[in-house]
Design a protein around this ligand. Structure first.
Ligand SMILES: [Ca+2]
Ligand SMILES: [Ca+2]
Ligand SMILES: [Ca+2]
Length: 402
């Protein structure tokens, strides 16, 4: 049953293993490992089978066989544990692998995967009766995925078949070595990724207790031709560990903010009051967040999306009229009175200067005690910028006086 060509193939597979491992080690992301079957393997008689080791690790992942069926010849395949093929269910009990065309997507967006139906016999061709591989076909693709140590890898195998399930020829195969990342049928090199944004920063810019307090600032990539849009995503820091490209791609559209590429220049985005985190929870104070930007591929110059690194963590705080403690300087307000004090006498001989929202200096004095109360005459509630220059350093805080 095992022909010389298969033994040769296996030897090639083991040598390909070393190449594959090297490729994995050197790849930051997006590395397709391609294996040519040379010569192509032809199964044109009952009992011939091809054992496909998609990732060349010595473990057979799929077996494709040419057998005798009740409807004449048949081509069927079985899958190793956890491995699956892209296809469709027929009559509720049979699974028929698709004959994909070059460029068809093979990824986690497809839901019709199976590896076990009909007692692990997946049917490519049952005579001329059942299956997507019953006609004469050239250069069609099986969509494959395998599980290795609980990671999923996507790949394809290219085949020709003759009508009625009388023969199949398997020519080559490939898999994407980045776990979870899809592949296009026939692709032998990695998809080009959309360009990433740079210099992502976040800030707390208001005290509304919602998304409008949060601002994200980033620079667009110099070359935006690979990008169709940016999706700005707020992630609860508790969930950041599992937030990868696949997770970002799966976020519902209601739970991120889109920045289009139509408006040029670098981006300063203040989120909507109704904005949520990626799980749909309203953005709130006192919850640590990190922000990500997903660059969506334009589909022509790039076909893979790309996720930025997370921003620094930010926890929105309500700084309106409440105590602020920083560098041992305590500052709080009530009515028109601003109270500044220090635990460790840093304020002795410090200079305090207060500016209003327009930048006008409204108060300036040297502090002679550890606590000072400043009465500000003002027309309406507003923010003030308080600057304190001490011997140990300078301290600046925005404060809201009612
Ligand atoms: Ca394998
Ligand atoms: Ca070949
Ligand atoms: Ca705030």
């Amino acid at each position: 049953m095992i022909k010389n060509s298969l033994l040769e193939k296996r030897l090639k597979s083991y040598s390909a293993l070393a190449v594959g491992v090297l490729a994995l080690g050197g790849a930051a992301s997006g590395q397709v490992v391609y294996t040519d079957i040379d010569p192509d393997f032809l199964a044109d008689a009952d009992g011939l089978s091809y054992e496909l080791d998609l990732n060349n690790d010595g473990t057979i992942d799929f077996t494709i066989n040419r057998s005798a069926g009740t409807a004449g010849a048949a081509i069927r395949m079985s899958a190793g544990s956890g491995n699956e093929v892209l296809g469709a269910i027929s009559y509720g009990v049979y699974f028929l692998p698709y004959a994909l065309s070059e460029g068809d997507a093979i990824n986690d967006a497809q839901t019709l995967w199976n590896g076990t139906m009909n007692n692990n016999h997946l049917t490519l061709a049952w005579g001329s009766t059942y299956g997507y591989w019953t006609d004469d076909l050239t250069d069609k693709y099986l969509g494959l995925r395998i599980v290795v140590d609980s990671d999923t890898f996507y790949g394809w195998a290219r085949m020709d078949v003759t009508a009625g399930g009388t023969s199949f020829t398997i020519k080559d195969y490939a898999f994407e070595s980045t776990a979870g990342e899809g592949i296009l049928a026939g692709n032998t090199s990695s998809a080009v990724s959309a360009n990433l944004i740079t210099d992502l920063t976040v800030a707390d810019v208001a005290n509304n207790g919602n998304g409008s307090d949060l601002q994200a600032d980033f620079n667009r990539p110099t070359d935006e031709s690979t990008v169709s849009e940016y999706r700005i995503m707020v992630v609860d820091s508790a969930n950041v560990a599992g937030f990868d490209l696949a997770a970002a791609e799966a976020v519902a559209s209601a739970n991120y903010t889109v920045v289009s590429i139509i408006s040029k220049g670098d981006v300063t985005l203040t989120f909507d009051a109704a904005a949520t985190d990626v799980n749909g929870n309203a953005i709130a104070e006192d919850v640590p967040y990190k922000v990500f930007v997903l660059s969506m591929a334009d589909g022509t110059n790039a076909t893979a999306n790309a996720l930025s690194d997370p921003s620094d963590q930010i926890t929105l705080e309500n700084t309106a009229g409440i105590s602020i403690l920083e560098s041992n300087i305590n500052m709080y307000s009530f009515g028109e009175t601003l109270v500044v004090n220090s635990k460790n006498m840093e304020l002795r001989n410090a200079l305090i200067t207060i500016y209003d929202i327009s930048g006008r200096q409204v108060y300036n004095a040297e502090l002679i005690s550890d606590e000072v109360r400043i009465q500000l005459n003002k027309q309406s509630s507003q923010f003030y910028l308080v600057k304190i220059n001490t011997q140990k350093g300078d301290f600046v805080k925005k404060i809201y006086l009612k």
